[in-house]
Unconditional design. Sequence first.
Length: 349
Amino acid sequence: MSLWDRTGWQGGFPFSPTRLRPPARAGSPGDRAAGVTAASVPDAGSAPRPWATTDAPHGRILVPDALTVRVAPASRRMAPRRVGLRLVPLPAFGWSGAGPHAQPRTRPEHTLIWVTEGRMLLQFPRRSVLLGPGDVRYIPAGTAFAARAEAGAEGHVLMISPELTTDVDPPMPPTMIAGSIGQAGDAMLVNLRELADEAARGSAGKAFCCQLNLLSLRLSRLDPEQDHRTGKPASALDRPLVDRFLSLAAGELGAGRTLADMAQDLGTTLTHLDRACGETRGQRAIDLLNDLRLERAAELLRHTDRPTTRLAVDLGYASQTHFTRAFVAATGRTPDTYRSQVRDGSAAE
């Protein structure tokens, strides 16, 4: 017969009677038999005790009267990390643990360090690097390092939240980049300041994205790092083939030189140059040349009043239509629209 069909529930729970019973009142025959005195039984007006005692065949058992819940103090919550971009002077940037010895730690932002004067010591978990004038280090977010500038050091440090670089084209480098800035120092400084200005205005529009794209291009075209043990920069002949190609192309954008002509000037063939560009930069020589033209076009549109027809000739495009088509494909805007937008933004500031 099912349990649910039973009707004789007056006798208590059907499986087994409880072996525990509530304590008897003080002074009753049950108290004297169980050995419970008046001192061990709480009065009706006294505060409740968390545990009461009762007897059992094998001794006394503690029975909880109530459940006491202890609430731990609320833990301190950390404020959410702000997404943004900051440009600070190099002497104001320091990243190391407390104490006399540097302790490499990770940062949540991508960090670009550019030394213009003096020296800065970078320490990584397994090695140390000394940066001198002109040296640049791009350190992706999550890389453990410590940084300390020596007295008299000058330069710039740019910190970028990774969330702002998800749509950068070409993508920001996934690993650390070491190099130096040669003749492109002025253009790099303008690029960094314009990024900081856009961030200060709270702008994350197309002009901001375009500046990030230019920064990524410049990072891929840094000169080789200098050897500070001898104090001499790498000579032009010691530089990799692709770096020499980009330097040559930057000076002859509007000269009408073909890639084959430039490869011959570099003492190689177009096939070998193309292979070297693909292995080191992941792009063909013609693609690197087009990126260089677009980078220069954005600078000229922002800082000069040259008509777009003149810019197309100066940059080596076959026609103004070719120039406009390439610029729209890279930025989503025509050259004239880009110029008016960046000029309006500067005027509003």
